[in-house]
Design a protein around this ligand. Structure first.
Ligand SMILES: NC(=O)c1ccc[n+]([C@@H]2O[C@H](COP(=O)([O-])OP(=O)(O)OC[C@H]3O[C@@H](n4cnc5c(N)ncnc54)[C@H](OP(=O)(O)O)[C@@H]3O)[C@@H](O)[C@H]2O)c1
Length: 293
């Protein structure tokens, strides 16, 4: 398959650029300035010259706090850029896989969110992503939106790398223990894309394989629980680790409100596509192996 990946050097884009060619796909991964969602004139030539069989969008404005003061840019990339990719894939008659986020939900549900739960983003980032998801579904019925959360990898900036850095710098570290979710490793998301591609390639509009799906790691934990696992793995590799203490969201104020409940129920993608949520503890070990040896 000819796969066009939008967003080459992000966490997910990097893993896709590694895994898709290894699986035998012909891949073109693009990054600004070659393909810039803020410059629509760069999009159509890439589509027309490569003629993809499927497009995967790993690009997004992901700076959650900055988005609160930067909503024009967040919407330009997350809503308008996604809509543009939706129109271009529809024009070529090819499917598109896109990533979205737990931030489309308010986070006040007492149990894990299912795909049909009402959305209600509490910040600009989540609202701009939701607007993009809706625009994509309207533009291209042969599209998949994979809502994920707490994405980490050996590449790019993320919670694992922040914890490792802070662990070296500090004797004691407070980490939020009242936000619930599940870490998701970018290489596991790339594996999910690999599994989806052949299932979507020839599927017609209206096929149950299209639509919105939740996919994170499992089991559920808190940021504090995740940090504990990171430091256990780091200590086993001879790293200096801090004393870890649980704190509340109120003790760690951020510009954008974080959902207290980021738990996404992943049973729909398992039932429809046979894709199982990966055990993030295994993925974390792999990531720490890459980062620390
Ligand atoms: N990170 C998370 O915790 C998380 C959680 C839930 C969902 N998601 C979703 O998962 C997907 C992948 O996230 P990620 O963590 O891999 O993101 P990331 O590491 O921040 O990478 C985002 C990518 O988008 C590119 N990009 C930004 N502006 C662009 C533009 N105008 N045109 C083209 N490309 C542009 C970036 O390029 P530059 O670096 O050159 O700007 C980068 O390659 C996104 O849809 C995100 O919303 C992420």
């Amino acid at each position: 398959m000819r796969v066009l990946v939008v967003g080459r050097i992000g966490q997910v884009g990097t893993e896709l650029a590694l895994k898709l060619p290894a699986a035998g796909h012909a891949v073109l991964s693009l990054e600004p300035p070659e393909l810039d969602l803020l410059r629509p004139a760069t999009v159509r030539p890439a589509f027309d010259s490569f003629r993809p069989d499927i497009v995967v969008n790993a690009a997004a404005y992901t700076a959650v706090d900055k988005a609160e003061d930067d909503s024009v840019l967040a919407y330009a990339i997350n809503r308008d850029g996604t809509a543009l990719l939706g129109r271009e894939t529809a024009r070529l008659g090819v499917p598109m896989i896109h990533f979205s986020t737990d931030y489309v939900f308010a986070g006040d549900k007492p149990s894990p969110y299912v795909e049909s739960d009402p959305t209600g983003p509490v910040g600009v980032y989540g609202a701009s992503k939701l607007a993009g998801d809706l625009a994509l579904a309207a533009a291209n019925p042969r599209s998949v939106v994979l809502r994920t959360a707490w994405v980490c990898s050996a590449h790019g900036g993320n919670f694992v790398k922040t914890m490792l850095r802070l662990g070296r710098e500090r004797a004691e570290l407070g980490v939020v223990a009242d936000q619930h979710g599940a870490p998701t490793f970018a290489d596991d998301l790339a594996d999910a894309v690999l599994a989806l591609i052949p299932r979507l390639a020839d599927a017609p509009a209206g096929h149950p394989g299209f639509g919105t799906f939740h996919l994170t790691g499992q089991p559920f934990t808190t940021w504090h629980g995740f940090a504990q696992a990171i430091f256990t793995g780091a200590a086993a590799r001879g790293e200096k680790v801090p004393a870890l203490k649980p704190i509340s969201t109120a003790d760690y104020p951020t510009k954008a409100t974080r959902p207290a409940n980021s738990r996404l129920d992943c049973s729909h993608v398992a039932a429809v596509h046979g894709i199982q949520a990966a055990d993030w503890r295994v993925s974390l070990e792999r990531c720490l192996g890459k980062l620390l040896g």
